[in-house]
Structure formats: C-alpha cells, structure tokens
Design a protein around this ligand. Structure first.
Ligand code: HEC
Length: 106
C-alpha cells in the first residue's frame, strides 16, 4: 500500500512539473504494485456494515478498475489529453479512499 501511495505521489508530481516521462513511469510502477492489492484480505468483522459485502471480490474489482484507469492515463498522454489524465487521476484517489472509508469506518 505504501508503494501505491508513493507512485500516486510521483504521478501527481509529474502533473505539476509537466513531466511526461515521470507520469508514465510512475503509472507503470503503480500498475505493477497493484497486483499486491487483491492479496489483501479484509476482515469480515470490519465489513459488517455491508451485508453482501465480499471483501476479496471487492478488492479484485478495485484492482481491475485501477488498472484500467492507469491505462487511461497513459492513453490520455499519448493523445495529448493531459487534462483528461488529471481527471482520471482524481477518480483514482477517490477509489482509494472509498475502500479506506469502509475499512476505517469513516
Ligand atoms: C480494496 C480496498 C483498498 C483499496 C482500493 C485501497 N486500499 Fe489502501 N489500504 C487498504 C487496507 C485494508 C489497508 C490497511 C488497513 C488500515 O490501514 O486501516 C490500507 C492501508 C493503506 C495505507 C497505509 C499504509 C499501509 O500500508 O497500511 C496507504 C498509504 C494506502 N492504503 C494507500 C492506498 C492507495 C494510494 C490506494 C489507491 C491507489 C489504496 N490504498 C486503495 C485497503 C485498500
């Protein structure tokens, strides 16, 4: 998880410094670290607020969605749509926090 956070930070830095290679490399790094996420077994006790909540399946779906979004950022850069890339990035953060909200009962 810290690795994911680190690469998210580098992606953001790449946006601020308008550094395309920094963004692309950090997105690739991010993607390779995502694989570890579905190994996360969220305890059922922490999930009691959602009756049909299947933590493992949820984590897998999040990995899939975040992988797709990573590809969307690269794709946006390739089409010179950096504005689009930053919107995708904002959606990624909100996905991270949605899971954290559940597990931390915010
Ligand atoms: C499927 C659920 C889920 C998603 C999605 C998720 N996380 Fe987490 N995250 C966790 C769990 C579980 C913990 C550990 C429990 C805790 O800290 O309360 C955690 C903890 C963390 C931590 C604290 C350090 C650590 O390793 O414990 C960071 C940083 C973090 N996540 C970053 C991210 C980022 C960045 C994303 C989005 C790219 C993300 N997380 C998406 C479940 C998730």
């Amino acid at each position: 998880m810290q690795k994911l956070e680190k690469s998210m930070e580098t992606i953001q830095k790449g946006f601020f410094y308008n550094n395309t290679e920094m963004v692309k490399n950090a997105v690739r790094e991010f993607k390779s670290n995502l694989i570890n996420m579905d190994a996360f077994i969220l305890s059922v006790k922490e999930m009691e607020n959602g009756r049909n909540f299947k933590p493992k399946r949820y984590a897998k779906e999040e990995v899939k969605a975040l992988t797709q979004m990573s590809d969307d950022i690269i794709d946006a850069y390739e089409r010179d749509r950096k504005d689009r890339a930053t919107r995708v990035y904002a959606n990624m953060i909100s996905r991270c926090l949605t899971c954290h909200k559940i597990i931390r009962k915010w």
